[in-house]
Ligand binder design. Structure first.
Ligand SMILES: Cc1ncc(COP(=O)(O)O)c(C=O)c1O
Length: 1015
């Protein structure tokens, strides 16, 4: 018989002939990849696509019948799973033998499932991974009742048969690689011997790899698996092998492989509940499958050392293997149990119940009276430390705690996410915004050095260690305890003095209440303010002294099971510790309940932000996000000078402007000094909306007219009048159009509008359009009150006005008797880099300048600055007063912002970083047809996405997709523009080169994702 690996091809004429003979039609054909067999995509006359399978002559009928039987079985028992269907031949049979030339082939036909190979899909996200899990579960569940003699066979890829690789450890030259494969294989072989008999077995698909899955067209939402192919590797094996194999391939392509695995298991378990032994052996099986894979590759590589493909294909497997090797299998077992709805640590319920029944002693030797203790919130959102990282560094940290605690013992909370763990020990890769370990797995007591520490439970001294690294434990004592059923667990006391080392010995029995040490001074406690960390540990995971006291918040379920609440033993009243954190979903639900729903929430996956520092925002778990969006926190979130000025003023006086106070005039003077001469009368309000409202009143007073010209797609604020002058709102959803006194001029957009960038006259031509509107107003017998525009329209799509535009517009407006209002709310205060005020870049001087957002660095503040003549016209007898406008606190904040802008080179930074971003974005733009335009000035940038570079069809959902994906990468950006297709980048001014490079790298990667790819 012809050998398996000898290729046999067939001519197109023969294929057409045999299709006609067996299926009764003349097909259109296209060859598909296939290792041994010939697979041909054929079109039926009805236009349906099918796959004609012409098997290699070495294939047996049993092999084909097995697949046909399985596919038919699944079509009946799991019709919802996207699988190929068997197409009958005109004879009514599913297959036939055909002899062409000297070879006889089995020929059969399947329906065709369209899609992209999973291996080529980008990105592989959690939802797609979870869908794989679900489909594999459905297939396995349905195959439970399937038997076929063809599946009774042994394949080298069968995970259960993987022990053959033990003979090949030597194939790995690299000692680390060899030891990983050896350790995993030996441990799997032992597990299998011990528990393997309990593994449910059935016929399995056997090879759900990334080339045997197709996924649907990419969309705004996550895509789905649209087909699982190739049942040619079916065999009887452990049922859960299918999940192990599919998981290995999904994990190789997923940026967070273990999270992907957990998502797959949840879905799999929902349709085919896993047996406890399967939960236990699944992770070792995944590792084993990877070990088989790298062994096969290594053996093949030895045979073909020059084939570069060998190295490329094994790289992802090795990458994942290294990651798997760094996780304790029991930890994965616990995570898997949790995914299946079980208590992660099997002994948990027993140990917790046992602990509850024990007599315990107070850790500090006596119960603390209410007056002696204070719940100490050190969470990410705690106000005790604030956002300034220097507050969590010694010695300031100790000083702040001393002042706050005022002699009381501070009690710090269990499962509290904290940002005080600042050294690299708590990070993974050292990226700005990666997940760090933040979740406190203990309760801690903060008080004076030397405070005595007592054993809470009787136990045996299990560990006495000294860990001197910064922010480690210093002196550490671990006691072991054994329950009445013989289950061992531990209590850990960290940050002690050397007393414990001196007075205790390993193996020594200690009684509850026995003094076992005292709070160590910072020099020996890991450089912390003095305290003790008390943690319960159910399984040390063979980590010894490296068992974490702080875990990943994303893995809270498993870590809280490994380290249950210490209050089970401490037994303090609930108010002694800080209240538990509210989860994101609780917060979201309550917000939906209590807050108007059109107060929108950003991102498909909303963020709970509890802290801000410089150009970073932090969510409730302590994950940092690069804020590339928030131009309000101009000098950086929580700028200490602004915070200090505002809080000091708040502690002194905050009242209204009806009394004399020097700060108000000083602030007005300082602000006027930044503006051209003549703009020297200031009004202070509480928001930019209020400022624009006031600007319109000034205009009306000065001109006696109300008619205004506004720009298309403009937004100027949320009040009634401002909605009237904001086409973005009144022409958008829920809007009722412009009132008769509002006249809209085209937006001078030199990308999308009629006059393009590069046309030196574009500014003048767009300005003429304003003149036409003026003429129209006049033709109606109306008079022009004024013209208002943002100097770089933001909501309008991050537009940079063409040169000369405002100069001409202002001339036309003034000639018609109108006033010119510059809305500098988004772009003032140096944001555009070249100038402090954006209107300066157009070489004009407005009559009224409106300020907001950055002016107070987050303190509610707005301002209107105008000429003496306009101010005098407004002073018409009606008193002007705003209760909070110009209040002392806001003025103090505003002054501090001006100080910061004077003393820090933020405007220059905006220029440099803006250029870095523009250059970077423009460098990648030519590779992506969807990037229509990259524009901006300073740190005010827009990337306009279009579906077609000719028609400029706006790619709105794609822009939203990009902003959501940037969020996944830890970058906060937004979308804007009349068509919502402009990705907007507008960060706080301290934005750094590292931030810019990270944003550019993420942007570049996202642009390669399938949903954004354009032919
Ligand atoms: C250009 C412009 N003007 C005015 C406002 C109104 O500001 P506020 O929401 O502070 O009232 C905004 C707000 O986005 C704005 O972008």
């Amino acid at each position: 018989m012809i050998s398996h690996d000898q290729p046999v091809t067939m001519s197109t004429t023969d294929i057409v002939a045999l299709t006609q003979q067996l299926y009764g039609f003349v097909p259109q054909i296209e060859r598909l990849p296939g290792e041994y067999d010939t697979n041909v995509q054929v079109q039926t006359p009805a236009g349906e696509s099918c796959v004609l399978k012409i098997m290699h002559p070495s294939r047996t009928p049993e092999f084909v019948e097995m697949q046909i039987a399985a596919l038919n079985h699944l079509a009946q028992h799991a019709p919802e799973v996207p699988l190929q269907r068997v197409i009958p031949q005109i004879s009514g049979q599913s297959w036939a033998e055909v002899t062409v030339g000297e070879h006889t082939h089995i020929v059969w036909m399947l329906s065709y499932l369209a899609g992209t190979m999973f291996a080529q899909a980008n990105p592989i996200d959690d939802a797609l991974a979870a869908h794989v899990g679900q489909l594999v579960g459905r297939i396995d569940a349905a195959l439970a009742g399937f038997v076929h003699v063809g599946a009774e066979r042994t394949l080298e890829w069968d995970v259960l048969q993987g022990a053959w690789i033990r003979d090949h450890y030597a194939v790995f030259a690299d000692a680390t690689e060899r030891s990983i494969v050896t350790r995993m294989t030996e441990s799997f072989v032992a597990d299998l011997a011990a528990y393997g008999d309990a593994l449910p077995r059935s016929v399995i698909h056997g090879d759900i790899n990334d080339y045997n899955m197709v996924v649907g067209a990419p969309g705004y939402q996550s895509r789905q698996v649209t087909g699982i192919l190739d049942f040619g590797d079916m065999m009887v094996s452990a049922t859960v092998s299918d999940l192990a194999i599919a998981a290995a391939y999904v994990m190789m392509r997923h940026p967070q492989p273990f999270d992907a695995l957990i998502g797959m298991i949840e879905q799999y378990h929902a349709v085919r509940p896993l047996h406890p032994v399967e939960m236990q052996l699944l992770f070792p099986m995944i590792c084993m499958r990877l070990c088989i894979s790298v062994t096969v590759s290594a053996i093949r590589k030895q045979a073909r050392p020059d084939d570069p493909y060998m190295v490329v294909s094994e790289a992802p497997a090795w990458n994942l293997l290294h990651q798997c090797a760094s996780v304790h299998p029991r930890l994965m077992h616990y995570r898997i149990r949790h995914a299946c709805g079980l208590t992660p640590v099997p002994a948990y319920d027993h140990v917790v119940t046992w602990m509850q029944q024990q007599a315990t002693a107070p850790i500090l030797g006596r119960e603390l009276a209410e007056s002696e203790r204070k719940a100490l919130d050190l969470s990410v959102g705690s106000t005790v430390l604030g956002a300034d990282p220097r507050h969590a560094a010694m010695p300031l940290f100790a000083k702040i705690l001393d002042e706050y605690l005022d002699g009381a013992i501070g009690i710090g909370g269990y499962l509290e996410p904290r940002m005080i763990y600042t050294t690299d020990r708590y990070a993974q890769a050292g990226l700005i915004n990666e997940e760090r370990r933040t979740l406190h797995l203990a309760v801690d007591f903060w008080g004076p050095a030397g405070t005595a520490v007592h054993a809470v439970l009787p136990g045996r001294v299990h560990m006495l260690e000294y860990l001197p690294a910064d922010l480690d434990y210093g002196y550490l004592t671990v006691l072991a305890h054994t329950t009445d059923e013989g289950v061992e667990f531990y209590t850990l006391y960290g940050h002690l003095s050397d007393e414990s080392m001196r007075t205790l010995v390993l193996g020594q029995e200690v009684q509850a209440g026995q003094r076992i040490g005292s709070f160590g001074v910072p020099d020996v406690n890991g450089k912390w303010p003095t305290h003790v960390h008390f943690q319960i540990i159910l399984d040390l995971l063979d980590m010894g002294r490296d068992f974490p006291g702080v875990g990943y918040a994303s893995q809270a379920a498993v870590w809280s099971a490994l380290s249950p609440n210490p209050n089970l033993l401490l037994r303090m009243p609930v108010d002694a510790v800080p209240p538990p954190q509210r989860s994101l979903s609780e917060t979201l639900a309550e917000r939906r309940e209590r807050i108007g729903r059109n107060l929108s929430i950003s991102y498909r996956r909303p963020l709970k932000i509890v802290r801000g520092w410089q150009q970073y925002l932090y969510d409730h778990t302590g994950r940092a996000y690069i804020d590339a969006y928030n131009n309000v926190a101009h000098g950086g979130h929580c700028h200490p000078r602004v915070v200090q000025a505002a809080t000091a003023q708040y502690a002194l006086l905050s009242t209204n402007t009806r009394y004399l106070n020097d700060q108000l005039q000083e602030y007005a003077r300082r602000l006027s000094e930044t503006l051209p001469a003549g703009l020297d009368v200031c009004y202070f309000v509480n928001s930019a909306s209020e400022a624009n409202e006031l600007a319109i009143r000034l205009m009306k007073a000065a001109t006696g007219r109300r008619d205004m010209i506004v720009l298309e797609a403009a937004y100027h604020g949320h009040t009634n009048t401002l909605i009237d002058i904001s086409p973005y709102k009144h022409d958008g959803p829920g809007g009722t159009g412009a009132p008769d006194w509002v006249h809209t001029a085209p937006i001078p957009d030199d990308y999308r509008g009629p006059y393009k960038r590069g046309d030196a006259q574009a500014g003048a031509k767009y300005a003429l359009q304003v003149q036409e509107v003026i003429e129209c107003i006049q033709a109606q017998g109306r008079g022009l009150g004024g013209y208002i525009a943002e100097t770089l329209p933001s909501v309008g799509g991050q537009i940079v006005l063409p040169e000369g535009y405002l100069r001409d517009v202002y001339a036309y407006v003034r000639a018609a008797g109108g006033v010119c209002i510059a809305d500098e709310v988004q772009v003032g205060f140096g944001r555009i880099g070249t100038h402090f005020w954006a209107f300066e870049s157009q070489d004009v001087v407005p009559d009224i300048v409106v300020m907001g957002k950055p002016i107070g660095n987050g303190q509610p503040l707005g301002a209107v600055v105008t000429t003496r003549a306009i101010a005098d016209a407004f002073d018409n007898g009606m008193e002007y007063f705003a209760t909070f406008g110009g209040n002392n606190v806001s003025v103090a904040a505003g002054l501090a912002v001006l100080d910061v802008l004077r003393d820090e080179p933020l405007q220059h930074n905006a220029l440099v970083m803006g250029q870095r971003l523009l250059d970077g974005l423009r460098a990648i733009a030519p590779q992506h047809a969807i990037i229509g335009d990259v524009r901006g000035a300073g740190l005010f940038l827009g990337v306009e996405l279009v579906r077609d570079p000719q028609t400029l069809e706006p790619a709105d959902s794609e822009a939203s997709y990009v902003s959501n994906r940037l969020r996944d990468y830890g970058i906060l950006a937004g979308t804007d523009g009349p068509y919502h297709n402009v990705v907007k980048i507008r960060p706080p001014m301290p934005f750094s080169a590292a931030d810019a490079d990270y944003v550019l790298a993420a942007f570049a990667r996202i642009m390669h994702e399938d949903y954004l790819a354009r032919p």
